[in-house]
Write a protein that binds this ligand. Structure first.
Ligand code: G1P
Length: 287
């Protein structure tokens, strides 16, 4: 079944980036010249996703405005002859079909995804956590969809990490290795305190089969008082249908200031217009 829908949990407060995120959603922070959310939405579109479901909260109006039409701005740009900018702005409001669902309480990632159940119904779907921005030749979601078409089960993106960083991620336990980058998973633990079951961390791109939805609804809050997606995935993994794919690309944690800085430098280094400027800036840097 084709993956047409992607759920974007975007209700989180972004406390790691305060005060920048006091009045604006963290997903609206910029990486070079676009808000983070636009990178994530473009990745979804470039992977063939047709409909986006934002799970939002009270402070996220700017996200809705970003993907809406701004008539006044369009008029000004058009009348002053700035047609390229006019077309760019028009493209953003027309880029994809978006549905907004309000997550009234912050009960965790698992809860956020369960909020989309009436829209997802019985289709496999994608999940994108827009804090995780990934620089890659092929969009990571497209890489996952290809694997999903092979295995016909849930596929989650994986990245090798050092042991000392394991407490920041969901960490998987591997049942078997199917090829260079594809694994069948037997278990996963959210932010392990003790020895992690492997060095493979879950990153914010998932293809989930709809049988995860009733599991999520049954779950009680776990670690940190939250309903964890990782706990629902564990139940499906025990039933034997969860796979992990070590994606090709470089991931940045843009929910954190060091990650955002690292992403900014790497995206600039990958941009033909900005690369010479970046070299000059670094050349003059006094540290
Ligand atoms: C979430 C998931 C975690 C995953 C991480 C990737 O955690 O719960 O399993 O490893 O995203 O970014 P969060 O960073 O939202 O606490």
């Amino acid at each position: 079944m084709k993956i047409k829908k992607a759920v974007f949990p975007v209700a989180g407060y972004g406390t790691r980036l305060l005060p920048a995120t006091k009045a604006i959603p963290k997903e609206m922070l910029t990486l070079i010249d676009k808000p983070l959310i636009q990178y994530a939405v473009e990745e979804a579109i470039d992977s063939g996703i047709e409909q986006i479901i934002f799970i939002t909260g009270r402070t996220k109006k700017a996200l809705e405005d970003h993907f809406d039409i701004n008539f006044e701005l369009n008029k000004i740009l058009w009348e002053s002859g700035r047609t390229k900018l006019y077309e760019d702005m028009k493209r953003i409001s027309e880029m994809v079909d978006v549905i907004y669902v309000r997550q009234k309480e912050q009960l965790g990632l698992g809860h956020a995804i369960a909020c989309a159940k009436d829209i997802i119904r019985d289709e496999p779907f994608a999940v994108i956590l827009p804090d995780d921005i990934i620089l890659s030749k092929e969009p990571v979601m497209a890489q996952l969809i290809r694997q999903y078409e092979r295995v016909n089960g849930s596929v989650i993106s994986l990245m090798p990490i050092e042991d000392y960083a394991a407490h920041k991620y969901g960490i998987v336990e591997v049942d078997s290795r199917l090829d260079d980058r594809l694994y069948k998973l037997s278990n996963m633990v959210e932010k392990p305190k003790d020895t992690p079951p492997s060095n493979l961390a879950i990153i914010g791109r998932y293809i989930l089969t709809p049988d995860i939805l009733p599991v999520l609804e049954e779950l009680r809050p776990a670690r940190g008082g939250e309903i964890q997606l990782t706990d629902a995935l564990r139940a499906l993994a025990k039933a034997g249908s969860v796979y992990g794919y070590e994606f090709e690309g470089q991931r940045f944690d843009c929910g954190d200031r060091v990650g955002l800085l690292e992403a900014t430098i790497n995206f600039a280094a990958n941009n033909d217009e900005l690369r010479p400027h970046l070299k000059e800036i670094i050349g003059k840097l006094q540290v």
